[in-house]
Design a protein. Structure first.
Length: 203
């Protein structure tokens, strides 16, 4: 065999390797303009340029095909909410210290909801169905709720039941990570609402 030839013919293994190399080159050629289109048009739109509908179709196609080859995934949509303000132990917010300290590090955000939002509350024992403390995450059970929300047993909350409310748009909520209580590390989603209406309860 000499220069990839076997008895004057191209060896089958060499032929397959050349086909693979050609395919890789072709994919690179196809992806290059698609990436350029996906990167350029958003910049044009940002500067107020008018893009023809047919061009937008080509760009959308480029984004879909480019994502297929490159493996990009669409970013998850964020919940539609109003602007949030962060408060820390150094930047004291509107909540009294006793409430602020139930958040890890005394840090929490104040957010005015722009849409109705469903929240959950683990309760039972001496803890009632309605209260100021809620969570965005549906509790999976008493143990999980007790650990994630750092429900001190001395408070008498057995977390045996779960209540749901739909908080209406325009309501200001305060949320952050639950602070540790003794051996309970907390860290779960904690939401504080000063006044909760019974009409917000969901079945």
């Amino acid at each position: 065999m000499r220069d990839g030839r076997w008895g004057g013919k191209i060896h089958p293994g060499v032929r397959r390797w050349r086909r693979v190399a050609a395919l890789v080159l072709l994919v690179g050629i196809v992806l290059s303009p698609l990436r350029a289109a996906a990167a350029t048009v958003p910049e044009l739109l940002a500067y107020g340029a008018v893009v023809e509908p047919t061009a937008m179709v080509r760009v959308e196609t480029a984004l879909v095909v480019g994502s297929f080859f490159v493996g990009n995934e669409a970013a998850p949509e964020e919940a539609a909410e109003g602007a949030s303000t962060l408060f820390t132990a150094a930047d004291v917010g509107p909540l009294p210290a006793a409430v602020a300290n139930t958040f890890r590090g005394g840090s929490y955000t104040a957010t005015t909801l722009s849409d109705a939002t469903t929240l959950y509350r683990a309760y039972g024992g001496t803890a009632g169905q309605l209260g100021s403390y809620w969570t965005r995450v549906a509790p999976a059970g008493p143990l999980q709720a007790t650990m994630d929300l750092a429900l001190n047993p001395a408070w008498g909350n057995t977390a045996a039941q779960v209540a749901r409310i739909s908080v209406p748009a325009g309501t200001t909520i305060y949320e952050g990570a639950a602070a540790a209580q003794g051996a309970l590390l907390g860290g779960g989603s904690q939401v504080f609402i000063p006044a909760v209406e019974a009409s917000w309860l969901l079945p």
